[in-house]
Design a protein around this ligand. Sequence first.
Ligand code: FAD
Length: 495
Amino acid sequence: MKNNVSRRNILQGLITSTVVIGFDTVCRSWVNKANAAELFVNLPRLDGVLYTDDATREEASDDFGHLVRHYPLAVLKPGSVDDIVKIIKFARIYNIKVAARGQGHTCYGQAQVEKGVVIDISTLNKIHNINTLGAVVEAGVRWSELLQATLPQQLTPPVLTDYLELSIGGTLSNGGIGGAAHRYGVQVDNVLELQVVTGEGDLVNCSQYQNRDLFEAVLAGLGQCGIIVRATIRLIKAERNARVFLLDYDDLASFIRDQRLLIDSERFNYVEGQIVSAPNGGWRYLLEAASFYTPPSEPDNTSLLASLSYTKGAEKIEDKSYFDFLNRLAPTVAFLKSINVWSNPHPWINLFIPATVVEQYISEVVSTLTLADTGNSPVLLYPVKTNRFTLPLFRVPNEQVVFLFTILRTAPLNDNATNVRMLDDNRKLFERNRDLNGTRYPVDAIAFQEEDWRQHFGRSWSKLVNAKRRYDPARILTPGQGIFTSFKNHNKAPW
Ligand SMILES: Cc1cc2nc3c(=O)[nH]c(=O)nc-3n(C[C@H](O)[C@H](O)[C@H](O)COP(=O)(O)OP(=O)(O)OC[C@H]3O[C@@H](n4cnc5c(N)ncnc54)[C@H](O)[C@@H]3O)c2cc1C
């Protein structure tokens, strides 16, 4: 830290009076140009900007869930990796909490930090290199941007999430699951190398071969041990088109059986599924599968659909470009934004259910589930194979096949009672699944205490604790997950 920076240098490059230039260690508040005369500790000179204006802080205090709010004192829009190193070293000294924020698309404050600093990684958005081995990208790059850059070279990341406007750093902190995960694992299983800033402010390269304990603590590590600033993502050959099959089922048992058959045989490139409302009430099931191809070769529909027991005649088969298929949520999102529903609260729940109990569990859930419970939003159910998962902190049930089950609930605006009811339902559904040895995919909105986290990480808990001790001993990183600092204590932080 440069405490002796000249005043002229400190003020260079400042944009507004709300730009922070120091931290008052007595009052424990940020010092901006307007109150610069007061006692403060100089911030090191930054390439980017640290903001304290209300609008920027307000934005960083919210997320896609719109369910909880924690107001940061400042938001860093880094101009370089060096800025992150400097801010974390500074925060470490003064015990200021820090959280990275990618696109803020988690639902329950995971990227928020009360009275700390949010690092808005979206300004680190360069794609440095793409070749057949992999893509070297900054963590703020969105998957849609990476895909658009790799496709001209007929390359693609092996696994993409359903929505592509998520940051690479954000999904790598969680897992990153999609319809190709039954073949390739989750996105974290397809990372060759990372560059990370630890909670000590050290910039470290890590991979399976170098600093492996950090690599394994950061991938799916919920931001606890380091901030990902750069990643090398494995790439595979991309086909040009996708033939998409939507198959209808009245019956849960047949739907599950066919989904399992498809992932076991790997006859499709992509397998997902939804629980959808039946026209006369109740629920039916929609299997979504895609086969990727490049003309003149074409998928053979007959062998792809052989021995499946969907409702014959109700299937829909459509050809799309590979990109349009992967980006298929974009028109829906544009529509939801146009009718202002995209900004409603989203008390989502995301669980992994063991295959041996999935039929029992889902039957129980749908026997009482109503459209009012989902807010007319999608409910996903699809299987993945756990032997594709290589990272210890990506937690799934201990079975060969597990099902991702998510209710992507939308609540009405200004209706706290519904938010509370949905959150309460989430907790009950989580507990029922936990009692059946299921796990949670923690991008959602479920009230979690430290004891829940201990149980969630299971045999990986000590690994995470040891890594936290080593890489973030002051526990400044990512308090919004509530793993090492519960929200209760977090809110009572002294500054
Ligand atoms: C419409 C929609 C569709 C989705 N579809 C899928 C899907 O198909 N599959 C799936 O797996 N998930 C899906 N998600 C969930 C999504 O993967 C997570 O919410 C993901 O974290 C979002 O990325 P983000 O950039 O918004 O992260 P944020 O919400 O900004 O951050 C998430 C967490 O990661 C931390 N973090 C962010 N960046 C970094 C970094 N660079 N280094 C370290 N920690 C960091 C944050 O502090 C926070 O704790 C979806 C979410 C939405 C809203």
